[in-house]
Ligand binder design. Structure first.
Ligand code: ADP
Ligand code: ZN
Ligand code: ZN
Length: 680
């Protein structure tokens, strides 16, 4: 069986240069294709173009071809020189051509994110686009039309600034309700007037119905939604209408970034700090990085907004890599809710073994008596098993990394392990701090909260919403809760998003500790922004909003800063820690995950790999630091043991070239993640 194989075209890193040098309309005899069926391969493949298609084919065309005997689709990346090996012909032109920025992002993503080409092609070409389509009715969004508000002086200045400058991304920093969306809307209006197109990215389309409504009201008939809850045919239809220029505005989740806009004028990333902007699978891209690449290529305006920006973004904004725009106050002079920190050590001391403090129980009762509503929040990743003392709140930490150690039974030896270095120790039976015996593992889920609530408040109408229930039910739960069909909503991060709930008087954060004690250098950052967001679910339109924050670590300064909604204080306190430990924004991280069925082999081979990296890539370079191998956060999945190696790479090093060298070692056993968020 013969199949085409690509040769490197030029010495240049990116094909961007290549495609610019060669005019799009030159008749092409040979083309370099990114192939959807290429599975693990990092190569592009050379195909010949049949005589009949030569005058039509362009860079960016989606073509049908056969790959190793199988029918597949490909994207034409560039013209190719006549190769010295036998090639096969492409079989037809299916769609396109795609706009230039979508073509140029392919080689960049391959190199930067160490991703197989096939997975990038699948990201850019949603399934369904190449199938025969049936027309589907587009969803109609309805609501009352509101007046277009007059912007404040500050808002107007921000809009002007954004419109004037495209040489860097803009970060709009302001609390929820400060009027960021009004800024996006005005920028968008100008962009659309100029005949350009826009992508508005939100973390969860389904959870931000009011935001969608505001865009739809202002730009009636021009807005399409694009997210993972859509059916394949619906997505294909949005793709097509964007390609044909029938829709100029798309509100969507991160995948909307790859819609085929020919004249992109604006990308907005709202709630820029959200982890859903990072894709977990190949290509493991960060939305803001790809958007920044698109800005470089197309000159589009790029705007990010947040009340709690990621530490990196705020650092970039302060150091001049981004433009920083602050909105200091809520537009409607509403107070932020009052936050009460409850010391759970006392509860335990006085015999309350429930997960609810007496204070929280009392507040819930009062709210229910007043026929108002309660939200109870538990972090999704609350299954973390750190070891903590119920008397004094002491948490067993790694002496080298200053993050909690994690309890594992799955390794050859039971004990406490550090996820960022090779430190291990046994589980203490008495607290080293206060000598109490009440030292134990933590981790409780939303089910536990539900059963305790039903025990204490048998008459209350309760609903639980977490990752399992959200897929099918999210919209109904929101509507039902808003219509006061039930009283208490229990949930994870899903309920922290932009829901507007005017009848909620109380938010209970059941445990702040399992957010803070995750073995992740971003744990504090995520805890801060989650607490801020969850708190924002109460006190909307009333003066009664209250937040009860339960913790065994009431002295943790992060909680006090979150209670004050003081992001900048948090930023100033967190940054020096990042610097000291050489974490982002002072470094960028390459995360290597090594797995093997055999524990001993996994340990040995990952050690060997780490040695090889030290010798072959680092070579004494002080700007690259290797830590590990150490067990991954989830140390065994599907009978595979997992070890991780972390490379911290200084800002002046070329991450792309280092990533490229690391890629040499990738395969089924080794997974690479550039700039990971969260823990694996
Ligand atoms: P954010 O996006 O920062 O959460 P919004 O843009 O949603 O803030 O603004 C919060 C509320 O204040 C909205 O109801 C919005 O319509 C209103 N608002 C914001 N700016 C103005 C303005 N300049 N004039 C009138 N209303 C405004
Ligand atoms: Zn103790
Ligand atoms: Zn450690």
């Amino acid at each position: 069986m013969s199949f085409a194989r690509a040769r490197p075209l030029q010495t240049k890193n990116y094909l961007f240069t290549v495609t610019c040098l060669l005019p799009y309309n030159e008749a092409m005899e040979y083309v370099l294709c990114a192939v959807s069926a290429g599975s693990g391969s990092k190569d592009f493949f050379t195909y010949s173009v049949p005589e009949s298609l030569r005058s039509q084919i362009k860079v960016g065309h989606i073509v049908s071809l056969s790959f190793r005997g199988k029918k597949s689709a490909g994207i034409v990346i560039a013209p190719a020189q006549k190769p010295d090996f036998k090639t096969i012909e492409i079989t037809g032109i299916l769609e396109g051509p795609l706009p230039e920025h979508l073509v140029n992002i392919i080689p960049w993503m391959r190199d930067y994110y160490a991703s197989p080409v096939s997975e990038i092609v699948k990201t850019i070409l949603p399934t369904g686009v190449l199938k025969k389509r049936r027309e589907v009715a587009t969803q109609k969004i309805r609501g009352q039309i509101r007046k277009r508000p007059e912007l404040t002086i500050n808002q107007a200045k921000i809009v002007k600034d954004i419109l004037n400058k495209t040489d860097k991304p803009h970060l709009v920093f302001g609390v929820t309700g400060s009027g960021k969306t009004e800024v996006y809307l005005d920028v968008l209006e100008k962009v659309i007037k100029d005949g350009k197109q826009a992508i508005i990215l939100v973390p969860e389309v389904a959870l931000t119905p009011q935001t969608v409504l505001r865009f739809e009201e202002r730009f009636t008939g021009q807005v399409a939604l694009y997210h993972s809850y859509l059916k394949e045919t619906e997505r294909a239809q949005v793709w097509k209408s964007v390609f044909e220029g029938k829709k100029n505005i798309v509100i969507g989740s991160r995948s909307a970034l790859y819609l085929p806009f020919k004249s992109l004028g604006l990308i907005v990333i709202d709630e820029e700090h959200e982890t859903s902007f990072k894709q977990d699978n190949n290509p493991k891209y960060l939305t803001s990085e790809v958007a920044e690449k698109f800005r470089e290529i197309t000159g589009t305006h790029l705007v990010m907004g947040s009340a709690t920006p990621s530490l990196e973004s705020f650092f970039y904004a302060k150091s001049g890599k981004y433009y920083l725009h602050k909105i200091e106050e809520r537009y409607v002079q509403e107070k932020m809710p009052e936050t009460v920190i409850v010391d759970m050590r006392n509860e335990f001391k006085y015999g309350n073994k429930s997960i609810f403090s007496e204070r929280l129980q009392g507040e819930i009762k009062e709210v229910l008596d007043n026929k108002r509503q309660v939200v109870l929040f538990m972090n999704r990743r609350g299954f973390s098993t750190f070891v903590s003392c119920r008397d004094c709140g002491y948490v067993v930490m790694c002496p080298k990394c200053d993050i909690p150690l994690v309890y594992h039974e799955t390794r050859s030896q039971t004990g406490l392990y550090c996820h960022h270095c090779d430190y291990k120790t046994s589980v203490p039976t008495i607290c080293p701090e206060c000598k109490s015996h009440a030292i134990k593992y933590f981790g409780k889920g939303t089910q536990k909260i539900e059963s305790e609530i039903r025990h204490f408040f048998p008459k209350a109408r309760v609903k639980r919403m977490d990752a399992d229930s959200v897929k099918k039910d999210h919209k109904n739960i929101y509507e039902e809760f808003k219509n006061k069909n039930f009283d208490i909503l229990i949930g994870t991060q899903m309920i922290a998003k932009g829901w507007d709930l005017p009848d909620v008087d109380l938010v209970g954060i059941v445990s702040a500790d399992n957010m803070l004690n995750l073995p992740d250098f971003r744990a504090s950052e995520h805890a801060f922004s989650l607490i801020t967001q969850v708190s924002g679910r109460t006190g909307r339109g009333t003066k009664r909003g209250k937040v009860i924050l339960q913790t065994y670590n009431p002295d943790n300064p992060i909680l006090a800063m979150a209670a004050r909604h003081d992001y900048e204080a948090f930023y100033e306190s967190e940054l020096p820690k990042r610097k000291e430990l050489f974490y982002p924004p002072y470094s960028r991280i390459i995360h290597l995950l090594y797995s093997n069925k055999d524990l001993k082999k996994c340990e040995e081979e990952s050690s060997a790999l780490s040695k090889e990296i030290v010798q072959e890539i680092i070579k004494g370079n002080k700007n690259i630091v290797l830590v590990g191998p150490s067990p991954a956060f989830l140390p065994k999945i599907n009978n595979l043991y997992r070890f991780q190696i972390i490379l911290k790479v200084g800002p002046n090093e070329n991450l792309e070239s280092i990533a490229k060298k690391v890629v040499k070692y990738t395969g089924i056993k080794l997974k690479v993640d550039i700039n990971p968020v969260g823990i694996v």
